[in-house]
Design a protein around this ligand. Structure first.
Ligand code: NAD
Length: 275
């Protein structure tokens, strides 16, 4: 469980990464997986669900987030999973190539890549968006998934799965975070293009597009007063929990999703319908 730093809210409880009632059924037994941003928020929830489903789980995260990574690994190891930690910056091509090499060397291959790490910075006025901010968004949110996917595909075989975390923003837009929204749109298109390009290899590529989920990334674009209200625009009138999102990743990673490629699973409390 975690709390959004700097936000005291009575409206939204602390994050739940996996429900006690979630019973794994070895859907990912023997699958060798890498989750970027796996130390925190949505990535931590995905890592825990994958571990409970029997996967080997590697997490990649920014080096300064080692404490979160240690806590996540402790939780995953309680599930009995083989684990691997990779502190690295996804905007660094060499680090991405090395990360895939480390996963392949340690686990003997790679079957599932989850491009989930994300950078988000808000600008009240779009004209205040600096070149550095625009470029950093693309370096982390677009170039990172490109580097990792290209490197992973050299080792992936039939049955492998790539899952990108995009955002409801890519479909509905959002004020304040336009640079971020542009990168999520790019990855949504990347998902569809790549899915067509590699379908004949039996490798699937999909995306999960979350609505407002209770994780530490939220305060990057909004004030502390606004954060608890980010769920107000959903039909369900609340933010989602990481545990409500992660099962969609399990579905796309395992054999249950074997006829699904180039698709978006929207998990957003009804924020957009038929988006
Ligand atoms: P989070 O802050 O908990 O996680 C972000 C993760 O990204 C962290 O683990 C961090 O280590 C990692 N990261 C950031 N920059 C990185 C870099 N340069 N190299 C390596 N790792 C880096 O937030 P979250 O909400 O769990 O975010 C996960 C994904 O979900 C992101 O792609 C985000 O854009 C997306 N998303 C979140 C929401 C939401 O409401 N929380 C909504 C839509 C989409």
């Amino acid at each position: 469980q975690d709390r959004v730093p700097g936000v005291e809210s009575k409206l939204t409880p602390p994050a739940t990464h996996i429900r006690e009632s979630y019973k794994g059924s070895e859907k990912l037994k023997g699958k060798r997986t890498l989750i970027t941003g796996g130390d925190s928020g949505i990535g931590r929830a995905v890592a825990l669900h994958f571990a409970r489903e029997g996967a080997d789980v590697a997490i990649l995260y920014l080096p300064e987030e080692q404490a979160d990574a240690d806590e996540t690994i402790w939780l995953i190891e309680k599930e009995g999973a083989k684990t691997l930690t990779i502190p690295a910056d996804v905007s660094d091509r060499k680090a991405c190539d090395e990360a895939i090499g480390t996963v392949v060397e340690t686990f003997g291959g790679i079957d599932v890549l989850v491009n989930n790490a994300g950078h988000m910075q808000g600008e009240r006025e779009f004209t205040d968006t600096s070149d550095e901010s625009w470029e950093r968004h693309f370096a982390v949110n677009v170039h990172g998934p490109f580097y990792l996917t290209r490197a992973a595909l050299k080792h992936m075989t039939k049955g492998a799965s790539i899952i990108n975390t995009t955002s409801v923003n890519a479909f509905a837009g959002a004020p304040v975070v336009t640079a971020y929204t542009a990168t999520k749109g790019a990855i949504a298109s990347f998902t569809r293009g790549l899915a067509l390009q590699i379908a004949d290899k039996g490798i699937r590529v999909n995306e999960v597009a979350p609505g407002p989920i209770w994780t530490p990334i939220q305060p990057q674009g909004w004030s502390a007063e606004e954060v608890p209200h980010l769920g107000d625009s959903t039909a369900m009138g609340r933010m989602g929990q990481p545990c409500e999102l992660a099962p969609a990743f399990v579905y796309l990673a395992c054999e249950d999703g074997s006829y699904v490629t180039g698709q978006t699973i929207h998990v957003n409390g009804g924020m957009i319908i038929n988006g």
